[in-house]
Design a protein around this ligand. Structure first.
Ligand SMILES: Cc1cc2nc3c(=O)[nH]c(=O)nc-3n(C[C@H](O)[C@H](O)[C@H](O)COP(=O)(O)OP(=O)(O)OC[C@H]3O[C@@H](n4cnc5c(N)ncnc54)[C@H](O)[C@@H]3O)c2cc1C
Length: 390
């Protein structure tokens, strides 16, 4: 097995540079001051506050890796991970909006857009236009390349017909990286990525799902009825969309790991505080060893998840293979999030089971980590393939 050898002494993974600390602290402060007061109502209504999305743009959270020449911050992937973690510590819906925009949509443009497409779209994506990533359909989830949405070239336009399901940011997005096939009989080799704008004729955002968790994040159906997409809006090469999908998702799932890390941290912090306040048998419950051990176990698992998520992100930034580590980080962080948030409810006792206290939401929000951007079984399949060399 080949190993990349560092020329300098490796620094601890959780050590952040001055710039990273500054960036993280800014996001944390914003999340505490602006986001936290709105979380409960957004969850109840199932609607994300529009002003917050504008704030994300103003804070530079929507163009983290976009080069400065296009209005972005020329930052690293790792910063996107820090942003998703910090936002998700307060609200996982906020985390996923920023995550999908940066780690899937911007990422796809940065890697595969032509110079002209970059000039046309990146300034908008850094300034005011939210992105969505549309791969899944009703009949194709884990088997994503069985998608049925068709694209047919007519004169200078592709005409798209079909339906997409489960599309995060469906309500907020102005721009969609959307996958369709130019030839269903060619299997994955027909799949092509298109840049679709919300106002294109024949494009409609359909039903918004009413969900268990991340309720404020919009998850929508997309309907394409003779939707005309200019030929120049093919992202990357015709028939190479499968490569874009695989490679963006390989990176994007580190972001879901970060989201789950943030969710686990948020619930754990509440549990630690509550355990020191709640008294039973004449003393704070944190003085019982049973509670202390639960809190210690939760903290240990969070630390392990953080190391895995940060390592995968830093490997990616360093240009070192990271696919196995990314799948492991997402798999493990989503398991940790589910366990930690569930224990947090137990530490709150009956109060934790009610909507008057914040921890039940963290538990509901944790569940999605095992499902989207590849279910846990699909992560295991990727890890097994890489471990066994199949
Ligand atoms: C809230 C939410 C947001 C989403 N956002 C987006 C988005 O922005 N863009 C997008 O394109 N998609 C999105 N999705 C779709 C998501 O990626 C899919 O739901 C996911 O990939 C699983 O697909 P499925 O739901 O069709 O489940 P299936 O693929 O039908 O899986 C059902 C079960 O079978 C298992 N399974 C399937 N195949 C295998 C196998 N080969 N081996 C072992 N087990 C297997 C799975 O692990 C799972 O347990 C979102 C979904 C949700 C719920």
């Amino acid at each position: 097995m080949s190993e990349t050898v560092l020329t300098a002494i490796a620094s601890p993974l959780t050590n952040l540079s001055e710039d990273e600390i500054l960036f993280r602290d800014n996001v944390r402060q914003f999340a505490e001051e602006k986001l936290r007061p709105l979380v409960k109502e957004m969850d109840e209504k199932g609607i994300f506050d529009k002003g917050l999305v504008q704030d994300f743009f103003q804070l530079g959270l929507m163009g983290i890796e976009i080069p400065e020449q296009f209005g972005g911050s020329s930052g690293k992937f790792f910063e996107a991970i820090l942003a998703v973690e910090e936002l998700s510590r307060v609200d996982a819906s906020a985390g996923v909006i920023v995550d999908v925009h940066n780690t899937l949509v911007n990422n796809a443009f940065l890697r595969w857009a032509s110079a002209e497409q970059k000039k046309q779209f990146l300034p908008r994506m850094a300034a005011d236009t939210c992105g969505a990533y549309a791969l899944s359909e009703a009949g194709s989830g884990s088997d994503a390349f069985a998608l049925q949405t068709k694209a047919e070239l007519k004169d200078n336009d592709y005409v798209l017909n079909g339906r997409k399901l489960w599309i995060t940011n469906g309500k907020e997005a102005g721009l969609f990286v959307l996958f369709a096939t130019i030839d269903a009989s060619a299997g994955y080799k027909g799949i092509t990525a298109f840049i679709v704008e919300k106002n294109f004729p024949g494009f409609t955002v359909g039903k918004k799902e009413d969900k268990l968790g991340i309720r404020a994040s919009s998850t929508c159906e997309l309907i394409l009825e003779d939707c005309k997409v200019p030929r120049g809006n093919v992202l990357g090469e015709v028939g190479k969309g499968y490569k874009i999908a695989i490679e963006t998702l390989n990176e994007g799932r580190i972001g879901i790991g970060a989201q789950m890390l943030g969710v686990a941290r948020g619930a754990w912090e509440y549990a630690c505080k509550y355990a020191q306040e709640r008294k039973q048998f004449g003393k704070p419950i944190s003085e019982f060893q049973g509670i202390q051990f639960q809190i210690a176990q939760m903290g240990t698992e969070i630390e392990a998840a953080r190391l895995m998520v940060y390592n995968a992100a830093r490997l990616k930034d360093a240009g070192i293979p990271f696919v196995k580590e990314a799948a492991m980080a997402k798999l493990f962080a989503s398991q940790v999030a589910e366990r930690v948030t569930s224990l947090a409810i137990e530490i709150y006792g009956g109060y934790g089971f009610t909507k008057d206290y914040p921890v039940e939401k963290y538990w509901r929000d944790a569940k999605i980590g095992k499902i989207y951007e590849g279910t846990s079984n699909m992560q295991l399949a990727t890890i097994a393939k890489l471990v066994l060399g199949k």
